[in-house]
Design a protein around this ligand. Structure first.
Ligand SMILES: Cc1cc2nc3c(=O)[nH]c(=O)nc-3n(C[C@H](O)[C@H](O)[C@H](O)COP(=O)(O)O)c2cc1C
Length: 170
């Protein structure tokens, strides 16, 4: 998924595990990068129904009160957030009758609300299920969808509102 978008114009890739192998996140650098962005993409595999530890730590130390939320914390207001994730479990397993017991959309809530609490506009997420078992051509197709979503993305409110559908996974 990452390789499909790397190199797109106006895209900065910030791989957190590469940058901060010791989890010592450069908060000022991350905030500076966020300040420049119109669209923030959170791309990660699902770990235990949530974000990996590094991204959770990034939320904890970068999205600070007075900067991202709370009094004076308006730096992310109006920016857009796109959540892109992959799961080992197949789509059918995220159902009452499946091993994960609830629809995948339910696991989006804390991530969606993190973005919204910081004033960001939640874009329609992209979720690729069954990453361990689906054929390579399905992974390639998802990667192209991801690349197209980034290439075609526009901060135009008319375009953005058409795609602003919480819980609608493509
Ligand atoms: C620590 C860990 C926890 C995981 N938890 C989940 C999970 O809760 N649900 C799920 O469907 N897949 C889970 N997976 C599978 C990953 O989501 C899957 O490996 C990933 O989306 C596919 O990307 P990859 O090819 O980079 O591994 C987990 C994997 C690891 C390593």
């Amino acid at each position: 998924m990452l390789e499909a978008v790397r190199g797109l114009p106006n895209l900065e890739v910030r791989s957190l595990y590469d940058r901060y192998p010791d989890f010592d996140i450069d908060v000022a650098a991350e905030q500076a990068a966020l300040a420049c962005a119109d669209l923030v993409v959170w791309l990660h595999p699902i770990y235990w129904y949530s974000v990996p530890a590094m991204l959770k730590h990034w939320f904890d130390v970068v999205l600070l009160r007075g900067w991202a939320y709370g009094e004076g914390g308006d730096r992310l207001q109006g920016k857009h957030c796109l959540w892109v994730t992959t799961t080992g479990g197949q789509k059918s397993s995220f159902a009452e009758t499946g091993v994960h017991q609830v629809p995948f959309e339910e696991f989006a809530a804390p991530i969606r609300q993190t973005a919204r609490f910081c004033g960001m506009v939640w874009e329609r997420p992209l979720a690729l299920h069954g990453a361990h078992v689906i054929p390579d051509d399905e992974i390639a197709a998802a990667a192209i969808t991801f690349r197209d979503r980034l290439s075609e993305w526009s901060p135009d409110p008319q375009v953005a509102s058409a795609t602003r559908m919480p819980n609608d996974f493509a």
